[in-house]
Each structure stands twice: as structure tokens, then as C-alpha cells.
Design a protein around this ligand. Structure first.
Ligand code: SF4
Ligand code: SF4
Ligand code: SF4
Length: 599
């Protein structure tokens, strides 16, 4: 049967058909849908892990126990999981282990553009790259086979365009593991216990393994040549293969489904058979450099961009510039009549539970070290309350470091509930252990918000939606040795402000948990009751505009004395969170008639 699948769905399907038994992931765009799809298949255990390292360790555990394991993450997740990735390369495993990295060229939703093929080379691990959804499925299956054949983890590298675009996929049946009985866990410390004495003996095994995989790459069916006009030869991989085919329909192409290790002989033969050799690949000159190191003359990044996503237009224009195509192949972009659309800058949703916290932080003028999540949007004016943001879990330790460096102000770290579970906990322990007066605000919105509302250890539900133990934040934080801990409703602006002012006077670590579910959760949406502005009482003082709620607009009516526009609430956007009402000095914003229900 043929079905249209996204690349992520195709990876899930391929893993299932390959008989995967355990799959673990931390959600991260563009990889999130792999586990969200795999959860619906039978005979496979799926879970959200608190971070990517845990996910990889879980998959390794399954593979040590003799069952196929998969871990999925976005590209930066592999940084978190790097330690586990590297030891898995050293030990190998008893059954197939596939680690999926979904790279994000052009940084659609990421803090960097790293090309994780380098991780494969660094870790002595084969890397496979699909060019469409069919290959995403096929290469997932091939990756498990490769993993078992060569006793190695396999890195499956997707990119955003592959993850989220849809193409036809031929479905197959699941091949169940040979035995459903659990195997005895291996008692083989010389292979699985990486103390130095054992690791020293494993290293030559790993190097030989990669030589063996490189020899296999010469016959790997997803490395294939399409010979045509020999005046131009293109070596390409991933989605760039599609662009190469579209822009150079008559060129000879060597398509690599395995981008590490590369098939030397195949490349040499192909290079010798064409007049001019180029590489088209997204991001780093990974293949280009490897080919040049073989002593082969090749062009790549001197023609095509090093940064951002490629697309047929970018490839075509670069090729015209380099003289690979005649100038008359320039395709003018069609003029699109967009009309007077309003600008849509990124902004916290109307009624977002984080808004009031950032309003207070801005008011207190404290330095705020931010983290990755919806709350990173506290950066945007008029809230303008985030001063650093690097990666998941960084906020607390950055604030601690600044405090220890003598930064004269009282540092605040903001972090979400899911991110706190991800990598925030060790950093908070550090503030206690090494004593810094960092104020940590855990913004608990009862969900992993930014990636689209996934469960996490604090929500009380698993990936399957089954009820589970809730990890309570306040007792957890107290158990780490933090003496000053308070949970405050996130919409209570006054209490947030008074608590922070109290904490600022103290000289020890403190934690404020601001609690309110994300306003977009279906059960919360049901309680939306929009507020309104009583225009008679509003004098256009503009205080309510300072919270940057998209539901608060400037009306056409001017206050007679101040000649300033009065406020107006868009009832179709307003959730009734009451933050603006708390700030209005003239009680011009009316409260809802009913108290907000308990969550
Ligand atoms: S999704 Fe939820 S948490 Fe994220 S900005 Fe919107 S309301 Fe806030
Ligand atoms: S804060 Fe109150 S008085 Fe001031 S503009 Fe807003 S609604 Fe009007
Ligand atoms: S109550 Fe005020 S702050 Fe909350 S969503 Fe409505 S307009 Fe925005």
C-alpha cells in the first residue's frame, strides 16, 4: 500500500517495520512528530524522556538487552546526548540502535545551524541521510540492519525540509524480533564497561569497524550513480539531491544515502568519469572536504551557500553566477500581491501565563537569564525582560556564573517546567552547593508548550496519555536544599512582585514557581471569558499597553484631556486572564463576573 507520509512519519513507520521495541525522545522541532506518530503503532514502547541524553541511554539499554532501540531529537539535542552517543559508539550493542538527529538549516526554530554529520565522523558512527519520505522509511530500516551488522549505533540525519514535507511511501509489514522473550542482559564487561583498560582495547575495534563500514558503503544500495551528460558531475545527499535533479536535469549525479563514511572507490570512479565535479549539500562542506582530502578536485561552497536552506531557486541562481548554467536560465520570482497585511512579530499569546511575570521583571530592572521555551518571547518589547538565552537548561548556571563573577545586581533565571526537568535540576543544585543568591523562576505552565503541548514528568500523563506519577516541583526544589520556595498563581502580578522584592533582599538561592496552565490547552480554552474596557473610565494612560498583549488595542477614541488613544480589548482574542485589569489604575477594565475555576 502507498501512503503519503511526512519524513518524520516515515521514520516512525520504518522503525516500526524494522521491529523497534523501545523508542525514547525529547520533543524538539523538527523531530517531535516521530514519537508522536510511533506511539500509535502496536508492539513498541514509546516515551518522552526528560532530555535527549536520557532518551539515548534508554535506547542503548534496550539495545544492550537485545531489542532494537531508537532515540530521536532535534540537532541541538545531540549536544545534550553527546556523552551517551560517544560511549555507545565504543561499546556497540546486542541489537540495532538508531539515533535520529533532525537538523534545522536556516534555524526555523533553533539557536544554531549545526550540521550533525560532523558528530558521526567525530563519534566513528555511520550516518545515513534520506532525500524523501520513502528513503526516510527505507534508511531507518537499513540503519537498524547496519547497526547490527557492524555492531555500531547509526546516526540518521534528517533536515527540517525532509521531516515536514510529505511524499509517497510504499508501506511494508513489521518484521518482529526473532524472539519476543527478553534476553539475559549481557555479562560482557570488557565490551560494555568502559573503564580505561577496556576502552583502550575497544578503540582499535571501532577504527576497524569504520574501515569495514566504508568498504560496505561501496555497495550500499542507497549510494547510487545516475549517469547522463558527463560535462558536469554532482555529488549530493539529502534534500539537496531533489534540487540538483530539478536544476540540472541532464547532469550525472552520485547520490549518497550514506554520508559517513563515504565510498572512496565509488567517488573516485565517478569523479574520473565527469569533466567538472561539484558537491551540492546543505550547511557545512562536509562531503566536499572529505572528497578534497582524497586528492580529488571538487567545488562546492565556492558556488553554493554555506548557511541557510537550499532550494531550487538558490541552487539555480548560484549555478548561474558560477557559469554552470547560462544566464537565460534565471527564473524571475513571480510578483505576489500580498496586500496590506499587518506585521506579525513573534509574541506571547493573549492570556499567556508568562506575561505578568515578565512585566514585573521589566519593572524591577533586574538582569534576567533566559532559557529555551515559549518564555524566551519575554525578550520582545514591550516586555523586554530577557538578557541572555543560550540553550536548554543554561539560565540558572549562567545566572550563577554571573553572580560569582561579581555582577553587581541580583540575577534572576527563568526556566519552564519541562526545561527544568530537562537540564535545570543539576544547575539549581549548583546554586545551593556553591551558594549564589540566584533567584530562579520556574514558569510552570503544566505542559511542554513550545513544541506543541507534549507531556513531561510534571504533567501526570505519559506519551500514551496514561495517568502517571506527577513530579511535584515545590517538594523537589525543597529537597535540593532551597529554603526559600514559593508557588504563586502566574496571573497574580502583585504577589509575584512582592515575592521577588523579598527574595532580592536575601543572600541565598530562592525559587519562585509561577503556576498556571498554558492558555491554549483545550481544557483552559473552555474557560475563556473576555474582558472589556469601560471607555468612560479609561484615560489612555497606556499602562495596559506595556504588557504587550495582542488583545489590547488602541481605540480610535482619544481621551479629551490627554489626547491619547483609549484602550480597547479585542474580545475574539482576550482570554480573561485579568493581568491588564490588575494594572489599570482607573479600574477601567472590568473583571469577569465569575471567579476563575481551579485547574
Ligand atoms: S503556547 Fe501557551 S505558554 Fe506558549 S506563549 Fe502561548 S499561551 Fe504562552
Ligand atoms: S490602563 Fe486603564 S486607563 Fe490606562 S489605557 Fe489601559 S484601560 Fe485605559
Ligand atoms: S485579560 Fe487583558 S491581558 Fe489578559 S488576554 Fe485579555 S486583554 Fe490580554
Amino acid at each position: 500500500m502507498i501512503k503519503m507520509l511526512s519524513g518524520d512519519e516515515a521514520v516512525a513507520r520504518g522503525a516500526w517495520e524494522a521491529g523497534v521495541v523501545v523508542a525514547s525522545a525529547y520533543p524538539g522541532t523538527p523531530s517531535t512528530e516521530i514519537l508522536e506518530d510511533l506511539v500509535h503503532y502496536p508492539n513498541v514502547y514509546t516515551e518522552w524522556a526528560p532530555n535527549e541524553k536520557v532518551a539515548v541511554d534508554v535506547a542503548i539499554g534496550a539495545a544492550y538487552a537485545g531489542k532494537r532501540g531508537l532515540a530521536a531529537m532535534k540537532h541541538v539535542g545531540l549536544n545534550v546526548a553527546a556523552d551517551s552517543f560517544m560511549y555507545a559508539s565504543m561499546t556497540g550493542m546486542e541489537a540495532g540502535l538508531v539515533i535520529v538527529t533532525a537538523d534545522d538549516p536556516a534555524m526555523h526554530s533553533s539557536q544554531n545551524e549545526q550540521d550533525n554529520r560532523t558528530f558521526a565522523k567525530f563519534g566513528r558512527v555511520p550516518c545515513l541521510e534520506p532525500s524523501d519520505s520513502q528513503e526516510a522509511k527505507d534508511l531507518t530500516i537499513a540503519a537498524f540492519g547496519l547497526s547490527e551488522r557492524f555492531d555500531t549505533p547509526v546516526l540518521l540525519r534528517l533536515t527540517t525540509r525532509i521531516c515536514h514535507s510529505t511524499s509517497a511511501v510504499e508501506l511494508g509489514e513489521r518484521v518482529e524480533p526473532a524472539s519476543s522473550e527478553p534476553k539475559p542482559f549481557p555479562r560482557n564487561p570488557s565490551k560494555y564497561v568502559m573503564v580505561p583498560g577496556n576502552a583502550v582495547k575497544r578503540h582499535p575495534v571501532i577504527e576497524q569497524r569504520m574501515r569495514d563500514v566504508a568498504a560496505f558503503a561501496e555497495t550500499f544500495p542507497y549510494n547510487h550513480v545516475e549517469m547522463d551528460d558527463t560535462s558536469l558531475g554532482i555529488i549530493t545527499c539529502g534534500v539537496a539531491y531533489q534540487y540538483a535533479k530539478e536544476v540540472f536535469p541532464h547532469a550525472s549525479i552520485l547520490h549518497l544515502g550514506m554520508t559517513w563514511p563515504i565510498p572512496d572507490q565509488m567517488i573516485r570512479k565517478f569523479a574520473a568519469s565527469v569533466k567538472r565535479l561539484i558537491v551540492i549539500e546543505e550547511l557545512d562542506p562536509f562531503l566536499e572536504e572529505a572528497i578534497r582530502l582524497m586528492g580529488i578536485e571538487v567545488e562546492g561552497k565556492s558556488i553554493f551557500p554555506l548557511m541557510g536552506e537550499l532550494d531550487p531557486r538558490v541552487v539555480r541562481e548560484a549555478a548561474i553566477q558560477a557559469g554552470l548554467l547560462p544566464a537565460n536560465q534565471h527564473v524571475a520570482l513571480p510578483e505576489v500581491e500580498v496586500g496590506p497585511l499587518p506585521a506579525r512579530p513573534p509574541v506571547l499569546c493573549p492570556g499567556c501565563p508568562h506575561r505578568g511575570v515578565f512585566y514585573v521583571l521589566n519593572k524591577l530592572k533586574v538582569p534576567v537569564n533566559g532559557d529555551i521555551g515559549c518564555y524566551t518571547l519575554g525578550l520582545i518589547p514591550p516586555l523586554s525582560a530577557i538578557h541572555s538565552c543560550g540553550c536548554m537548561g543554561a539560565s540558572i548556571a549562567v545566572a550563577h556564573g554571573a553572580a560569582k563573577a561579581g555582577s553587581p545586581e541580583h540575577h534572576v533565571a527563568v526556566i519552564g517546567d519541562s526545561t527544568f526537568f530537562h537540564t535545570g535540576i543539576p544547575a539549581l543544585i549548583n546554586t545551593v552547593y556553591n551558594q549564589s543568591p540566584v533567584i530562579t523562576i520556574i514558569m510552570d505552565n503544566r505542559v511542554t508548550g513550545m513544541t506543541g503541548h507534549q507531556q513531561n514528568p510534571g504533567t501526570g500523563f505519559t506519551l500514551q496519555g496514561k495517568p502517571t506519577t506527577v513530579i511535584e516541583l515545590e517538594p523537589l526544589v525543597r529537597s535540593l536544599g532551597i529554603r526559600h520556595v514559593k508557588t504563586v498563581p502566574a496571573y497574580n502580578v502583585e504577589e509575584i512582585e512582592s515575592t521577588l522584592k523579598e527574595y532580592i533582599k536575601q543572600d541565598e538561592p530562592a525559587v519562585l514557581i509561577t503556576l498556571e496552565p498554558c492558555v491554549l490547552l483545550p481544557e483552559v480554552r473552555k474557560r475563556w471569558v473576555p474582558l472589556e474596557v469601560l471607555s468612560d473610565q479609561c484615560n489612555g494612560c497606556a499602562l495596559c499597553f506595556r504588557i504587550g498583549c495582542p488583545a489590547i488595542l488602541k481605540s480610535d477614541e482619544l481621551d479629551a484631556r490627554l489626547q491619547r488613544p483609549k484602550a480597547l480589548i479585542d474580545a475574539t482574542l482576550c482570554t480573561g486572564c485579568e493581568v491588564c485589569a490588575q494594572l489599570c489604575p482607573r479600574d477601567a477594565i472590568t473583571f469577569r463576573p465569575v471567579e476563575m475555576e481551579e485547574v
